[in-house]
Ligand binder design. Sequence first.
Ligand code: RTP
Ligand code: MG
Length: 148
Amino acid sequence: MERTFIAIKPDGVQRRLVGEVISRFEEKGFTLVGLKLMSVSRELAESHYEVHKGKPFFDGLMKFITSGPVVAMVWEGDGVVAAARKMIGATNPLTAEPGTIRGDYAVSVGRNLIHGSDAIETANREISLWFKEEDLIAWEPSIMSWLV
Ligand code: RTP
Ligand code: MG
């Protein structure tokens, strides 16, 4: 089953948007298989954003991502990688469509609330960077058992 890595960045935690973001993924129908609130080390931040090393925004991005707690998550479901990117919206929140998370809640490219893996291979790399295999729970959603 396809999985993606999602992180609510420090601005999302500070603005009390953790519940809102989790609700959107739950209501869409994806399955939460990993979740933790954590401080991000410079080392982890650099490794996560390795492809952006050397770009003009890199240092600011490192300062921001390590500035406060982040909620790291793994979500599972058919097509979850691409669907999550759609739900998150464009990198620049001013061009992100209304109805997307960034489009609804953010105004600045450097404070865009949430990260989502951009491809299946990236998702696999990021999941193993942020989570130990034993901290991910594969579970079968069964709606019926909660209704009887
Ligand atoms: P993310 O990796 O955080 O999910 O964001 P993304 O795929 O939509 O965008 P990406 O190109 O991977 O950029 C990573 C983060 O770097 C910051 N950024 N700033 N000032 C700029 O031009 C600029 N470009 C990118 C953003 O915070 C972006 O989320
Ligand atoms: Mg990216």
